[in-house]
Write a protein that binds this ligand. Structure first.
Ligand SMILES: Cc1cc2nc3c(=O)[nH]c(=O)nc-3n(C[C@H](O)[C@H](O)[C@H](O)COP(=O)(O)OP(=O)(O)OC[C@H]3O[C@@H](n4cnc5c(N)ncnc54)[C@H](O)[C@@H]3O)c2cc1C
Length: 431
C-alpha cells in the first residue's frame, strides 16, 4: 500500500519505519526542513515511562501551587481548560490511575520490544545510558507515590526503593540536606537522545529506500471525498504558482502524526479531539563542576522535571505551563517564560547543587499534547483509510515505536498484539 504519514516527529518517523518494515511504500510530509524539530526536539531523555512519570495520577498536579507541583497554571483559564484540569484531577484517584496505567502498560511493553528490535537490527548509538533515580521531597508527596510503587510491584518492574541516605550513597551528587523523603531507582531503565534516534531512523530509511521524506512541505488539509484519501499541500513560501491548482497527493491510507499540528487538520474534518496543548521547557546547561555532576538521570518525581546527562552537558526538561488553547500559538511572555525556566534551574540546584552552569544554559520551549484520560489517541477515525497517532503526552518516545506498530497492524487489517481493553482505551472515538 501507499501510505502518507503527516509529521516527521518521533511518532511519524517511528510509524514510517514500521510501515516500511511491513512492506508498504511511505511518504512522510514534514513542514520543517528536517525531522524531529517539534516536541521531539525538546525531549527530556527518558525512554520509557514508569508509573512515576506518566502525567496523570496521585502526584500529578496534586498541589495547587504551581511552583510546588511543577506546572504553572496561567491565570484566566477559559472553560475548556478548567474542564481539562478537572478531568486530570479525577485521574488522581488511585483506582482510576491504576486502571489507566494498566491499559497503557501493554503499549509500553510493545514499544520496548519494537525499539529493542530496531536497535539490534541497525546497531544504533544515540547516547543511551542506564539508570534513572526518581526523588521525592516531602513525606506527603511520598505518601502520594504509593499507588505508583504498588503498580511497580504488580507489574514486576525492576526497581529499588531507597532511603535518602541510600540515594546519596548511590548518587553522590544528591545532598541529604535539606532532608527529603526518599527515592526510587530504576537501574535498567534508560535515557537517550530522542532527536538523534529519530534522525538515525530517517537515515536508515533513506538508505533502505521505500520511504520518501517530503521536507519543508506543510499539509494544509486532508481530503476524504475522493476515491482515495489525499492531502493538500500548502504553497511553499517563495514559490510562485501561476495556476490556482493546489498540490494534492493521494494514497491508500493516511496517518496523522503531526503532534500539536494534528488538531486543526482533523478538526476541519469534523473530529474534535479533547487533547490539551501543554507548553514545556528545556535548558541545556554545561556541566559546572564535574565532581557534582550525576552519573544517572535524576527526576523530580512530583514536579516531573528530569535532569539527564548527555556528554558534557545536562538536559533539564519540564517547567510546564498550562494555558487556554487559544493562547498556545501566542508567545508566552517574558515573565512566564522566566518563571518556567526558574523551576528548571531551581530543581537542578536543589537536587544537584553545583552540577550545572544554569546562567550559560540554552533554553527551548515546545508544545506537547496531553489527553484528559492520560492515554494517547491511536486508531482509525472518520474514514476507513484515515488513522491518527497523537497525544502521547510526556511519553512520546517511549510509546512511538509500539504505536507505529499498532497503526501498521490496523492499516493492514491485522489483529494487533495488544489486549482488547488497551485498544479500546486508545481509540479516537472513546471520548
Ligand atoms: C520539553 C519536553 C520534554 C519531554 N520529555 C520527554 C521524555 O523525557 N520522554 C518522552 O518519552 N517524551 C518526552 N516528551 C514528549 C515527547 O517529546 C513528545 O510526546 C513527542 O515528541 C511527540 O512526538 P510527535 O511526533 O507526536 O510530535 P512532534 O515532535 O511535535 O512532531 C510533529 C511534527 O509534525 C509536524 N507538523 C505539524 N503539523 C504539520 C502539517 N500540517 N504538515 C506537515 N507537518 C506538520 C511538525 O513540524 C512536527 O515536526 C517531552 C516533550 C517536551 C516538549
Amino acid at each position: 500500500m501507499d501510505v502518507i504519514v503527516i509529521g516527521g516527529g518521533i511518532v511519524g518517523v517511528a510509524t514510517a519505519y514500521q510501515l516500511r518494515a511491513a512492506g508498504h511504500r511511505v511518504c512522510v510530509v514534514e513542514r520543517h526542513a528536517t525531522v524531529a524539530q517539534g516536541a521531539t526536539y525538546g525531549h527530556g531523555g527518558t525512554v520509557l515511562p514508569t508509573p512515576l512519570d506518566v502525567w496523570f495520577g496521585p502526584t500529578f498536579m496534586a498541589n495547587r501551587q504551581g511552583a510546588k507541583n511543577g506546572v504553572i497554571s496561567k491565570a484566566g483559564f477559559n472553560g475548556p481548560a478548567r474542564q481539562f484540569v478537572k478531568q486530570l484531577a479525577a485521574l488522581q484517584e488511585p483506582e482510576t490511575f491504576s486502571r489507566q496505567y494498566g491499559r497503557l502498560r501493554p503499549l509500553i511493553e510493545a514499544s520496548r520490544d519494537a525499539m529493542a528490535d530496531m536497535e539490534a537490527r541497525f546497531g544504533l548509538e544515540f547516547e543511551q545510558a542506564n539508570g534513572l533515580l526518581y526523588l521525592v521531597r516531602s513525606a506527603q508527596e511520598w505518601e502520594q507515590t504509593h499507588t505508583a510503587l504498588e503498580l511497580l510491584r504488580q507489574y514486576e518492574v525492576p526497581h529499588h526503593v531507597l532511603t535518602p541516605a541510600e540515594c546519596a550513597a548511590f548518587e553522590h551528587s544528591v545532598p541529604t540536606d535539606p532532608p527529603f523523603a526518599g527515592g526510587v531507582l530504576f537501574d535498567h531503565e534508560r535515557t537517550a537522545n530522542c532527536p538523534l534516534f529519530a534522525k538515525l531512523i530517517k537515515q536508515t530509511l533513506d538508505t533502505q529506500g521505500g520511504v520518501q521524506f517530503m521536507l519543508g512541505c506543510e499539509v494544509s488539509a486532508i481530503r476524504l471525498d475522493g476515491e482515495r484519501p489525499a492531502v493538500e499541500l500548502a504553497a511553499r513560501p517563495g514559490k510562485t504558482s501561476r495556476s490556482r491548482e493546489v498540490d494534492v497527493i493521494s494514497a491508500d491510507a493516511i496517518v496523522v502524526a503531526a503532534g500539536y499540528g494534528s488538531l486543526p487538520l482533523v478538526e476541519r474534518l469534523g473530529l474534535r479531539l479533547p487533547l490539551h496543548p501543554l507548553r514545556l521547557h528545556t535548558l541545556v546547561a554545561p556541566i559546572a563542576h564535574e565532581e557534582c555532576a550525576p552519573h544517572v538521570a535524576i527526576v523530580d518525581a512530583v514536579k516531573r522535571i528530569a535532569v539527564t546527562r548527555m556528554n558534557h552537558r545536562l538536559r533539564i526538561a519540564g517547567g510546564a505551563v498550562l494555558q487556554s488553547t487559544g493562547q498556545i500559538d501566542k508567545p508566552l511572555g517574558e515573565a512566564l517564560t522566566k518563571e518556567a525556566l526558574a523551576l528548571l534551574g531551581q530543581a537542578t540546584h536543589d537536587w544537584l547543587p553545583g552540577a550545572a552552569r544554569i546562567s550559560a544554559a540554552l533554553p527551548w520551549e515546545g508544545v506537547k499534547l496531553l489527553s484528559p484520560d492520560g492515554l494517547p489517541v491511536i486508531g482509525n477515525a472518520l474514514h476507513p483509510r484515515l488513522f491518527v497517532n497523537v497525544g502521547h503526552g510526556p511519553a512520546g518516545w517511549g510509546l512511538a515505536c509500539g504505536a507505529g506498530k499498532l497503526v501498521t497492524d490496523l492499516i493492514a487489517g491485522a489483529a494487533p498484539d495488544l489486549p482488547v481493553d488497551t485498544l479500546a482505551a486508545l481509540r479516537p472515538d472513546r471520548f
